[in-house]
Design a protein around this ligand. Structure first.
Ligand code: BDR
Ligand code: CA
Length: 335
């Protein structure tokens, strides 16, 4: 069982990640921390509690940073809906966030966990940078940081920068330089893991409200993400942040290379770009730390069918392949 903390800006695909995490039998979700990103942090807290309510689980949720370290905040409600959660009119949550800041909740859960914790930021990494700077002792019980963000190729917030890193580049630079092992599940790879329109309609027809909610959220993404030609399934949707949690549950589905990654912190068109050094020799200019500095496991490719099946089976919560529209026996491939 892997101990997990998700840091989110829920967010339609953060919601998919939450539903996957609470349903996967090999993951123990210890806490969820919230940060400004896709929408204001108060809406992120509300949306996160709403999703956990719908899943019927009681996991501590904490409010965190309401703005990036240095940059001004920019939301993405044009993509995620005015409420940040696809404007589905979901009921207000019954739960409340815990009475401590996200950084305090992460510290407590990491230091009291009997086994090392994997931290999974699916949002701008403001909370994580604050945690590592305030309580560096947490690194002793932190196994890995697997984050959705950055890209070894194209961007979305700008031509070269992915939203989560672009929103708080200084925070991302702190995390990458922290010495904690990191895996970058970037935008370029995340687009690859997609479900079809048929998958989505099957989810919506399920009796259980977890897959139904996943289906309704994904249906929103087929509309808001419709202009993105890189999503490989016409009429379908990428599962986005949920793919990073698939990578924690089933790392063998991801191919990675361990490379130097530097975040562009300069103002201008490249701010927030994750510059991945693919060179195999020193070249003319050694980017800071190419030889001696921190390295990151960069996702270079993903077994998209494996993660599609893993996601669908997991949110359906069953070895009920036929109902999820999968070939018989696919559920057995879950880790
Ligand atoms: C990332 O930004 C957000 O819109 C998504 O939730 C995801 O975390 C993709 O760039
Ligand atoms: Ca997110």
């Amino acid at each position: 069982m892997k101990n997990l903390i998700l840091d989110v800006d829920t967010g339609v695909d953060d919601a998919l990640a939450l539903l996957f995490a609470v349903r996967h039998p090999g993951l123990r979700l210890r806490a969820v921390t919230c940060v400004a990103g896709n929408t204001h942090v108060d809406a992120v807290v509300r949306n996160t509690l709403t999703v956990l309510d719908a899943a019927g689980v009681d996991v501590p949720v904490a409010r965190g940073a309401e703005r990036p370290l240095l940059s001004a905040p920019h939301d993405a409600t044009h993509f995620h809906g005015q409420d940040g959660l696809a404007d589905l009119g979901l009921p207000a949550p019954s739960g409340q966030p815990v009475g401590v800041h996200a950084v305090e909740l992460m510290r407590r859960e990491i230091l009291t966990s009997p086994d090392p914790v994997t931290l999974v930021p699916l949002a701008p990494m403001t909370n994580i940078a604050l945690l590592l700077r305030t309580y560096p002792e947490v690194t002793e019980n932190l196994e890995h940081i697997v984050f959705m963000g950055g890209s070894a190729g194209f961007g979305n917030a700008t031509p070269v920068a992915e939203f989560n890193v672009w929103h708080d580049p200084e925070a991302a630079a702190i995390v990458l330089g922290s010495g904690v092992p990191t895996t970058m599940y970037g935008l370029d790879v995340s687009y690859e893991v997609a479900v079809s329109g048929e998958d989505i309609e099957k989810l919506i027809l399920r009796k259980d409200h977890v897959p139904r909610l996943a289906g309704r959220l994904l249906r929103h993404l087929t509309v808001s993400g419709a202009g993105e030609a890189r999503i490989p399934v016409a009429g379908g949707a990428s599962i986005g942040d949920a793919g990073a949690v698939c990578a924690v549950a089933d790392p063998a589905g991801l191919s990675t290379r361990t490379l130097p990654v530097e975040v562009c912190l300069a103002d201008g068109p490249a701010r927030g770009q994750t510059i991945v050094d693919h060179r195999t020799s020193n070249g003319d200019i050694d980017l800071s730390g190419r030889d001696s500095g921190p390295r990151t496991k960069v996702a270079m490719g993903v077994d998209r069918e494996r993660y599609r099946q893993l996601f669908l089976n997991t949110v359906c919560g069953a070895a009920d392949d036929a109902a999820c529209g999968l070939p018989a026996g696919a559920a057995a491939s879950r880790t």
